[in-house]
Design a protein around this ligand. Structure first.
Ligand SMILES: Nc1nc2c(ncn2[C@@H]2O[C@H](COP(=O)(O)OP(=O)(O)OP(=O)(O)O)[C@@H](O)[C@H]2O)c(=O)[nH]1
Ligand SMILES: [Mg+2]
Length: 473
């Protein structure tokens, strides 16, 4: 990969608007690639300095001036010059800050395209940063995650990842594997002479340390996933319990249809809800009963699927009904069937009964756990519920206190594959198998780890990652 001392191979010039669509105080249009200074020169005039040439500007310099097309002035802008390799893409770059109206931005982009730039593809600036060795694949993904982060904690994790903490760990791991691999492969070159460059006991001890490190990273995914995707929280219960009302109350918007007719919600509805620093992925589901017809039946099947995948089940029941305790067996059933999920029993519609206090007591005895009384329609009792949800989320997070977190399924799977390869290698060493076979497993482990940071480039993965970006990033 090129380093700062080797000149960057600059690619064709690209242009894109880097700020969101719409009206804003400012917008930024940026260009990157070969000849962008000449392109900028043809459309930009520095105020008070007609002799100014963009190509002669120092890097990191901002110049105030005007931008023009054939018909005249477009806007007053600030042109920020970055000289290769000291830019985001490592290529020559210019960023024009202009006024934030959509028409101005369109004009500026058009004149840059007319002068020889091509419209950038989604993520193309970041892709160039990766190809030019400015960031690795993991950091590129972290940039994407930072942009899409919906909670403070997810954002913080992405920032840490962008700074390369996980990359450094993986690189160190790769280096150790590479050394062992090289020694084993050397043995293969001397196979006639039956020499052992890599002491097998030492190798096993080294691999063991790597296996431990891999296991730690793999374990951290549980926590990383919670941070990134939110705590999977499913609102479940009988029809008409008020599940959709609760979803709406938590979100503070009328997202799900509420009606007095049982069986209103058919397909599940998913929305993110951020409370304090934690993100919950809330799912409203179809009420659980013997399905009356085909569509409802399918809805209920989906409810159960969602429940089985939940980190947290909010089991809702209507405490104003006379048979409010009848659902205790169902709750016990859930606890038994989904032992890894947390469950909060919520007694809704406390406003409809004068006996809510004694009924809550009864229910607590019948279910054997804490019951949270609310009146979702009146938004009553929600603070306590949110507190209970937060404390469960905190508990989930504490289970996995790790300084470096794996947050992506892609990384998780690659790490699992690497761990499997090392397990195989250990077994082969123990059974005194041929060096070739051991080396093969170490090589695969190396490749899997390398895939994460992009040291081993898999075009398909690279495309998948950058497709998720927006244009201009
Ligand atoms: N009085 C009172 N009514 C409520 C409360 N919560 C919900 N309701 C009413 O109960 C009825 C059912 O509410 P929904 O939120 O649609 O119930 P659901 O559990 O989503 O029902 P399904 O989608 O059919 O499974 C509606 O008429 C709501 O207005 C509450 O706290 N108090
Ligand atoms: Mg509903």
């Amino acid at each position: 990969m090129p380093t700062a001392s080797i000149p960057i191979q600059q690619q064709e010039p690209i242009a894109a608007v880097a700020t969101p669509v719409g009206v804003g105080a400012l917008a930024v249009v940026r260009i990157s690639g070969r000849e962008v200074f000449d392109i900028a020169q043809r459309v930009f005039r520095k105020k008070g300095n007609p002799a100014f040439h963009v190509a002669q500007s120092k890097g990191f310099m901002a110049h105030f001036g005007t931008m023009h097309d054939n018909e005249g002035l477009i806007d007053e802008v600030v042109a920020l010059v970055f000289r290769s390799p000291n830019s985001f893409t490592k290529e020559d770059m210019v960023e024009f800050s202009c006024h934030g109206g959509p028409v101005v931005v369109k004009h500026i982009l058009k004149v840059l395209l007319d002068e020889g730039c091509r419209l950038a593809e989604p993520g193309e600036f970041t892709r160039r940063a990766f190809l030019n060795g400015r960031i690795d694949l993991l950091q590129a993904e972290a940039i994407g995650e930072m942009i899409h982060a919906r909670s403070e904690s997810a954002f913080r994790t992405a920032v840490t990842q962008m700074q390369g903490t996980l990359s450094n760990r993986l690189d160190a791991m790769r280096e150790e594997l590479l050394r062992s691999c090289a020694l084993l492969e050397l043995e293969l070159d001397f196979s006639e002479e039956d020499v052992e460059f890599q002491n097998r006991n030492e190798l096993q001890a080294e691999l063991h340390l790597l296996q431990e490190e891999l296991a730690r990273l793999i374990d951290s995914y549980q926590h990383g996933r919670l941070l990134k995707e939110g705590v999977a929280t499913v609102i479940a219960g009988k029809p008409n319990a008020g599940k959709s009302t609760l979803l709406n109350a938590l979100l503070g918007e009328e997202r799900s249809i509420v009606s007095h007719q049982p069986g209103t919600t058919r397909d599940y509805i998913e929305e993110c809800f951020v409370h304090e620093k934690t993100m919950f992925r809330l799912t409203d589901t179809a009420g659980l009963r013997e399905g009356e017809e085909e569509i409802e039946h399918e809805g209920i099947r989906r409810s159960y699927k969602k429940i089985s995948e939940a980190d947290l089940i909010l089991y809702l029941l209507d405490i104003s009904l006379d048979n409010y305790c009848d659902e205790a067996p169902q709750i016990h059933d859930f606890l038994e069937q989904y032992p890894t999920a947390h469950l909060i029993v919520i007694a809704n519609k406390t406003d409809l009964t004068t006996e809510s206090a004694s009924r809550l007591q009864q229910l607590q005895t019948a279910t054997g756990g804490d019951v949270c009384g609310i009146a979702a329609a009146k938004r009553d009792g929600l603070d306590r519920l949110k507190l209970m949800m937060s404390s469960i989320a905190e508990g989930l997070n504490k289970q996995q206190e790790a300084s470096v977190l794996v947050t992506s399924l892609r990384h998780y799977e690659a790490l699992r594959n690497a761990a499997d390869a090392l397990d195989n290698a250990q077994e082969l060493i123990t059974s005194q198998s041929e060096t070739e076979l051991i080396a093969f497993e170490l090589r695969s482990a190396l490749d899997y780890v390398g895939e994460i940071t992009g040291k081993v480039v898999n075009e398909e993965i690279v495309n998948l990652i950058f497709e998720r970006f927006c244009i201009g990033k």
